[in-house]
Design a protein around this ligand. Structure first.
Ligand SMILES: *Cc1c(COP(=O)(O)O)cnc(C)c1O
Length: 466
């Protein structure tokens, strides 16, 4: 399988290189040159497969000759054995024909584990083969950092440095990062805010001379193709569990960077009958505004009760724009360069096509809390705030009650106790058994000044073979 850039100028790459590359050299994102397509008969024959067997069937065409089939199978077995539920992604019923797909049974209790647990193993495999080493550097305001650290804890050829703003992430989130033990894991608390952390990462990628040419930086942010690829699988899994592919499905997806829902769009293009995809956003609603009025315009960041969806622009949306423009890289390049300067629109017929593919809703904090409370009072089931946004949007956008509506449950409620408290419930969400001792575990992190040279010197000194 070959991968091409959404801006049409960077060289095409194979799977291994795409895995190690973040942005393409022309500023675009990599997408497969063509998608595999599965017949209904073939999908039907996957009924009853385990999650990891299904994952192999769905993902193997993307990986093809980069990893021998047996090695890939073993990697998938190990990845999904680490989830705290036999079904890996169990379904919970909320109402008639309405479901939550629980994607938070992985080590850090958020759906990002599905991709990052696999990505760490993929990276290590390819680096071992090439006898290479990388330093992963990332900034986090919470969720991604812990999932990335957990994903890389066993990697021999990777050191990971995660920057978080000192005293500005929740205690659960900090502990999920700082209690993971491993010589290759480095948590840095920067005396600044999240933007300062992000700026340092960006500057470091721009000039890697501080590493002395002995290793190179790699990114595991949400634009990495392998992350999208891993998220396609659970759309197939949920559908098969509910009578697919002989029945169409609807999915509602709490959305920030448009990664998770883009995976659903790909599942549909690969042959899975999906009749509705709902983009569910919080007040940071650039996607909802685009879907409602064909205007793509950056607004100021709002801080909400669903922080993992607090974004100003959705980086993966570029991948959809590429398809909407008939895969014309030059057109996408021009559009996004204009979008960096001010609001943009696309041709009306392209926008109408987007509206056929997606519905959308933006949900404020009060409605999020109302949804959490209502579902708890009716079902004694606690939603985290991100999932609650998905459930609300599913209900407002639903087109056909005969089609099963599945909301992706993106995080465990225990990760976001503030939103539960704010919804007026007195129940306290409990951490699952395998994390019950989180508050007793030993923490390891280094506090550094808000100064990029100091952070770079720390990294240069502490990676494995420095
Ligand atoms: C990252 C995240 C999201 C948003 O996912 P995208 O792929 O960026 O759209 C939603 N919910 C939770 C809990 C997350 O961690």
């Amino acid at each position: 399988m070959r991968y091409i850039s959404t801006r049409g100028e960077a060289p095409a790459l194979g799977f291994e290189d795409v895995l190690l590359t973040g942005l393409a050299s022309d500023g675009g994102l990599y997408v497969p040159e063509s998608l595999p397509h599965f017949s209904l008969e073939e999908i039907r024959s996957w009924r009853g497969l385990s999650y990891s067997e299904l994952a192999f069937n769905v993902m193997h065409p993307f990986v093809d000759d980069a990893i021998p089939a047996d090695d890939f199978r073993q990697m998938l077995d190990e990845t999904y054995a680490g989830f705290a539920h036999q079904a890996v992604a169990p379904l919970v019923q909320l109402d008639t024909n309405e479901w939550v797909l629980e994607l938070f049974r992985g080590p850090t209790l958020a759906f990002k584990d599905f991709a990052l647990q696999l990505l760490g193993r993929l990276l290590d495999y390819v680096l071992e083969k090439r006898n290479q080493h990388v330093v992963i550097m990332g900034a986090t305001s919470g969720d991604t950092g812990s999932a990335a650290i957990e994903g890389c804890r066993r990697c021999e050829h990777v050191d990971i440095f995660i920057l978080h703003p000192y005293q500005r992430v929740s205690e659960v989130q900090r502990r999920q990062m700082t209690t993971v033990q491993g010589d290759n894991i480095h948590n840095i608390a920067v005396k600044g805010n999240f933007d300062d952390c992000q700026r340092m990462v960006k500057e470091s990628f721009g000039d890697q001379s501080f590493l002395g040419g002995k290793t190179q930086l790699a990114a595991v942010n949400s634009i990495n193709w392998a992350r999208i690829m891993a998220q396609i699988v659970y759309y197939f899994q949920a559908s098969l569990a509910l009578g697919g592919p002989d029945r169409s499905m609807a999915f509602s997806v709490p959305t920030g960077n448009f990664g998770d829902i883009f995976a659903g769009y790909l599942a549909k293009k690969m042959g899975l009958p999906i009749s509705q995809l709902v983009i569910a956003t919080n007040r940071n609603d650039i996607l909802h505004r685009f879907m409602s009025g064909n205007k793509y315009e950056q607004h100021k960041l709002e801080h909400t009760l669903s922080p993992s969806m607090d974004i100003m622009v959705s980086s993966n949306f570029e991948r959809l724009l590429f398809d909407l423009h008939g895969r014309d890289g030059a057109a996408v390049k021009e559009l996004l360069e204009n979008a960096a300067r001010g609001p943009v629109s696309i041709e009306d017929y392209r926008w109408r096509h987007a509206r056929k593919l997606f519905d959308s809703d933006a949900v404020d904090d009060k409605t999020t809390c109302d949804t959490i409370r209502e579902i708890y009072e009716r079902n004694e089931y606690l939603l985290d705030p991100h999932t609650a946004i998905g459930v609300h949007a599913a209900r407002t956008c639903r087109r056909d009650p005969a089609v099963p509506m599945v909301t992706l449950g993106t995080a465990h409620p225990a990760k976001f106790p503030d939103a539960i408290a704010e919804s007026g419930l007195s129940v306290k969400p409990e951490l699952p058994a395998h994390m019950a001792d989180l508050f007793e575990r030993e923490e390891r992190y280094t506090v550094l000044d808000n100064d990029v040279a100091g952070v770079q010197a720390f990294i240069a000194k502490h990676w494995k073979n420095a």
